[in-house]
Structure formats: structure tokens, C-alpha cells
Design a protein around this ligand. Structure first.
Ligand code: NAD
Length: 551
């Protein structure tokens, strides 16, 4: 290691201070300041991490808008990552809505406004042919988890182009906070294949590739080059697809799920979270799912994924696939999905009502609307994954309440401005009888409502995959993850479906264990000598300051 220069302001000292993973800010001790030549580069005060946390949270609380708080947190992450994670761990429930949904949505929309420092990888289409070369040049040899988006369907906010990078950054922050993945071993990636968002293309601040989206064979070839570069550079890394537009999300998952450890969080993570919520709500409502109908409103990537996992659960309880399918009613923009009538995608075809039922459902060649479907099917569960604000209006909720003592209502679309209903409205219109879960954090009259969000699932899936060394991520892992989450009874009384987000780290450990056991049972993963629990605990990176000169 190079010695600091005599005046104490050496280039190594500057390098340490500008490396977010080694910087301690005012917490460098006198001894470290002497040894590393930091005197003069830092103010006089020597703080503890505890003192830094108290100061940072006070400063954060003084900002008036969530977006300002988000920008402050991103700055902290880019300057002192250890402190960022210590702050997040101490104040998780308060900070989660800032680093993740809903504020991360606004952060993606306004990404170019606050772009300051490099984080993650922007692989733009003009770099095609050079992707492996770019990955190979990175110093990060031990990447364990990659989160990638092309920014085309950011939450319910549509095409945000390069601004979509906010999502992989946010998701991987939660991998570290909840699942204890070392931040140096995470890699956020934005595949910048252009944007069809005209406002962004016209915006002089936009930092992405100013070009309409590349599609078809050229897009496929670019993604293929990316996946092969990842496999070559980081052969064991888990690749999580995030916020791709529906058709690409389904196609890419189908193409790559057997070639590397990979999953699509919008399809599979959401499905597991929703199934967990339904299983927990089933217990609260005192019903048996196999006797009751379920309506899924919005049959895109998330809705179809949820329907498939519910079908799997019903089949595992003894129903035939046909009988299980009779329980599912998927409604999209043209009403109840009926085979050969209004089905658009292959995923929809798998969950549509069979064409033999068409005559029974169609009125003057029209498929029934949401409310007509509810009146006919009398479902116990209503799930929203349509991104249609206030689609669950008063008549819809009243119809659900007429047919159930405890209707289960899950408006899952994010952010809140895309939610099918607010928790407060559902509570009012159901006279307090509904069991509710919402995609973004929300409150009803009895306090916080369960946030049915895949943050409950993906950190545990990823940790389990990394620890078990699973070469593929299977549907059984998501089904077991859902059962595991549903079995974790919340501390609070009332209608909460999951423990609060304060417990996300313990939840990630429990789900990781379930995933490791599936990997052992189905994929032949060999448990380490001390058992899976020890391996999971031992893998956890903790936000404590380390010697900044160690690698
Ligand atoms: P998607 O675009 O694949 O699917 C949306 C579906 O809604 C499409 O099939 C579309 O045709 C349908 N739709 C649009 N307008 C409609 C209308 N008026 N009536 C009925 N259906 C309509 O998107 P996706 O990935 O499935 O995500 C959908 C929503 O779910 C987003 O808002 C997203 O934020 C949310 N989501 C929530 C979570 C969570 O954890 N809570 C996870 C993933 C996705």
C-alpha cells in the first residue's frame, strides 16, 4: 500500500474518502486519521456511528418532501454506504417507502434531475458487441446478485427509459438491508435500449440514449449478448429481471429460466407475495380457498403470474388443473378473459375461461365487466394488478361485501396513484369488513394496512439461491416462500397479513431457509456441514465500519 504523503493529504486518503464502501465520514478515529493521512480532509469532530445515525435521521426528517428525502438518502449511499445501511436498518419502516415504493417511482421519473455519481452499469444499445469487454473491465469479481431493467414499465408509471435505473438500485439496496448481501457483491444494471417516452426524448436533461426503443430481433440479440456476458463474467450470479414490459417480461423469463439462476420479480415475486397474502387472509376469514372463486383484475405479467401460482396451490390441495381453473376469473381491459374471444397473450390463454363457457358468459357478444363478473362468480378474493387508479370503486367493493362476510381485497398496483383503491375507501365501503392488502404503504382507520409487496419475498429468494448455489430458480421455491411468509404470524392483533416491514431481515432468513430446502430436495444441493441456518446467518453482511485499508 502506498504511504500517505508527508502533509497528510495523500491520494490514498482521498481515494478512501471517495469510496462509499470504505468511507466513514466523521467516524474516522484519531488513530485512523493519523495512520491514513486524513487530517485536514475531515472536520474536527470525531463521531460514533450511533451519533452519525442520529444526526442523519434528524437532517432527513427536516426535508419536506419524500423526493428530497430520497435524494438525500441516495447521496448518503453514494458517499458512505455503511452508514446508509446502518440508518436503513435502524429506521427501516420509516425509510423503506423512500428508498423503494412509492418514492422510487418519482425518483425514476426525475432520475436525470438528480443524477450525480456513477452507480451500477448503464449498458446502452450503441455499446452492442462490447458488453463482455465492459463487464470484464470491472473490478467486481464476486458479484452475487444482479438486478436488471430496461426501464420500459416502471411500476405503473410506464416507460422511464434510463431513469428506470432507480429500480435496480432500490431493489439491491433491499437485498443488502433485508438479506444481508454484501453491497460490493450486488450490481444494478440498466439495459438502455432507448425510450418511447416522447417527453423524455424532448427533455434536454435526459441522461439516457436519445433514441426510440430498439425492438424485435435487434432487442433480442442485445439481451442475448448481455445474458451471455453475465454468464461468462459471473457464472454463479443470480439475475433478477425487473420492470420489463409485459410481453418481454414473459418471453425473457421463458427463454432464460433454464440457462442461469434467474427470475422475474414482477411475475414470480409478486405471485408469491400475493399467494402468501391470500393464504394468510384465508386463515383470518375462516374460508377454504378450494371452495371459493378468485377474481384477478389486470391479466398482465403480475396478474397472470399470481393466477398461475394460485392454480399450483389449488392443485397441491387435491384439485385437478381443470377444477382449479374453474376457481380463477381473470378480467382485463375487455372484460372477463374468455378463450378465443378476448385473449391477447399466451399467458392469458392459460387462465382464460374455456371457450365452451362462452355462451354462458357473453351478453350480446360482450364479455362481462369486472362488476358483472363479481356478481356472477361471487369471489372471496379480488386482486388488482391493472395499474388502473380507483378501478375498485364503491359498487365493486359493495358487491364483494354483499357476497362475503370478510371479503379479501388486494389492490396491488403501484404507486398509490395507480392503485385500484385506497385502503381507507375499501374499509369505508365494506363497513370495516374487508381484509385488505395494498401494493404501496397505506393506512386505514385501524393503523397501517399490510403492504403486499414483493419486498417480502425477493430478498429471501435471492439469499436462498446464493447460499444453496441453486443453478435454477424453480416455481416450487416461490410456492414454498409464499407458505413460509404466510406462516409468520404478525405480532399485532387485527387484520395484518404479514409481520411489519421492521421484520424483513428475519423474514428473508426464513424464506432463504425454505429455498435452500427446496434446492436440496429438488436440485440436489448439498447442505454445508453446519446446516443451512448457519450458512444463511454466516452470509450476512452487517453495516459496521471495517478497516478502510483492507480490501
Ligand atoms: P402489465 O402491463 O404486464 O399488466 C397490466 C395489465 O392490466 C395488462 O394486461 C393490461 O391490459 C391490464 N389493464 C390495463 N387497463 C385495464 C383496465 N382498464 N381494466 C382491466 N385491465 C386493464 O403490468 P404488470 O407488470 O402486470 O404490473 C401491473 C401493476 O401491478 C403495476 O401497477 C405494478 O406496479 C403492480 N405490481 C405490484 C407489485 C407488488 O408487489 N405489489 C408487484 C408487481 C407489479
Amino acid at each position: 500500500m502506498k504511504q500517505p504523503r508527508q502533509n497528510g493529504i495523500g491520494s490514498d486518503a482521498k481515494a478512501i474518502l471517495s469510496d462509499p464502501l470504505r468511507n466513514k465520514g466523521t467516524a474516522f478515529t484519531e488513530e485512523e486519521r493519523d495512520r491514513l493521512g486524513l487530517h485536514g480532509l475531515l472536520p474536527n469532530h470525531v463521531s460514533t456511528m450511533d451519533g452519525q445515525i442520529k444526526r442523519r435521521i434528524a437532517v432527513l426528517r427536516a426535508f419536506s418532501t419524500p423526493f428530497e428525502k430520497y435524494a438525500f438518502l441516495r447521496d448518503l449511499q453514494d458517499t458512505n454506504e455503511t452508514l446508509f445501511y446502518a440508518l436503513l436498518a435502524r429506521h427501516r419502516s420509516e425509510l423503506l417507502p423512500l428508498v423503494y415504493t412509492p418514492t422510487v417511482g418519482e425518483a425514476c421519473v426525475r432520475f436525470s434531475e438528480i443524477y450525480r455519481r456513477a452507480r451500477g452499469l448503464f449498458l446502452s444499445y450503441p455499446l452492442k458487441g462490447r458488453l463482455f469487454e465492459i463487464l470484464a473491465a470491472l473490478p467486481n469479481d464476486d458479484v452475487e446478485v444482479i438486478c436488471v431493467t430496461d426501464g420500459e414499465r416502471i411500476l405503473g408509471l410506464g416507460d422511464q427509459g434510463a431513469g428506470g435505473m432507480g429500480i435496480p438500485i432500490g431493489k439491491l439496496s433491499l437485498y443488502t438491508d433485508c438479506a444481508g448481501i454484501d453491497p460490493a457483491r450486488t450490481m444494478p444494471i440498466l439495459l438502455d435500449t432507448g425510450t418511447d417516452n416522447e417527453e423524455l426524448l424532448d427533455n434536454p436533461l435526459y441522461v439516457g440514449w436519445r433514441h426510440h426503443r430498439v425492438r424485435g430481433a435487434e432487442y433480442d440479440a442485445f439481451v442475448e449478448e448481455f445474458v451471455e456476458a453475465v454468464r461468462k463474467r459471473w457464472p454463479r450470479a443470480l439475475l433478477q429481471w425487473e420492470d420489463f414490459a409485459g410481453p418481454n417480461a414473459v418471453t425473457l423469463l421463458g427463454r432464460y429460466r433454464c440457462r442461469l439462476p434467474t427470475f422475474n420479480d414482477d411475475i414470480q415475486g409478486t405471485a408469491a407475495t400475493a399467494l402468501a397474502a391470500i393464504l394468510a387472509a384465508e386463515r383470518l376469514a375462516g374460508i377454504d380457498l378450494i371452495e371459493r372463486n378468485i377474481v384477478v383484475f389486470g391479466a398482465g405479467a403480475a396478474g397472470c403470474g399470481i393466477a398461475e401460482l394460485i392454480l399450483g396451490e389449488l392443485v397441491s390441495r387435491g384439485l385437478t388443473r381443470e377444477a382449479a381453473l374453474a376457481r380463477i376469473h381473470a378480467v382485463d381491459r375487455d372484460g372477463l378473459l374468455i378463450e378465443h374471444v378476448n385473449v391477447v397473450t399466451a399467458s392469458q390463454a392459460r387462465i382464460a375461461r374455456p371457450h365452451t363457457e362462452a355462451d354462458a358468459w357473453l351478453t350480446q357478444q360482450q364479455a362481462p365487466s369486472l362488476i358483472e363478473t363479481i356478481e356472477r362468480a361471487r369471489p372471496a378474493v379480488l386482486i388488482g394488478t391493472s395499474g388502473q387508479f380507483e378501478a375498485f370503486d364503491k359498487p365493486v367493493i359493495e358487491a364483494m361485501t354483499r357476497h362475503n362476510d370478510r371479503p379479501i381485497i388486494l389492490p396491488l398496483s403501484n404507486p398509490a396513484i395507480r392503485a385500484e383503491a385506497s385502503a381507507a375507501d375499501v374499509q369505508t365501503w365494506s363497513n370495516g369488513r374487508a381484509i385488505i392488502g395494498t401494493g404501496s404503504p397505506s393506512h386505514g382507520s385501524n393503523g397501517a394496512v399490510t403492504q403486499v409487496n414483493n419486498v417480502y419475498i425477493f430478498p429471501g429468494i435471492g439469499l436462498g439461491a446464493v447460499v444453496s448455489g441453486a443453478e435454477t430458480i424453480t416455481e416450487a421455491m416461490f410456492a414454498e416462500a409464499a407458505k413460509c411468509l404466510a406462516s409468520l404470524v404478525p405480532d399485532e392483533d387485527g387484520d395484518r397479513l404479514f409481520p411489519s416491514t421492521d421484520h424483513l431481515a428475519e423474514i428473508a432468513d426464513s424464506i432463504a431457509l425454505a429455498v435452500c430446502r427446496v434446492a436440496e430436495r429438488d436440485l440436489g444441493a448439498i447442505p454445508p456441514a453446519g446446516g443451512w441456518e448457519d450458512a444463511i446467518a454466516g452470509h450476512r453482511w452487517a453495516p459496521v465500519y471495517r478497516d478502510p485499508v483492507s480490501p
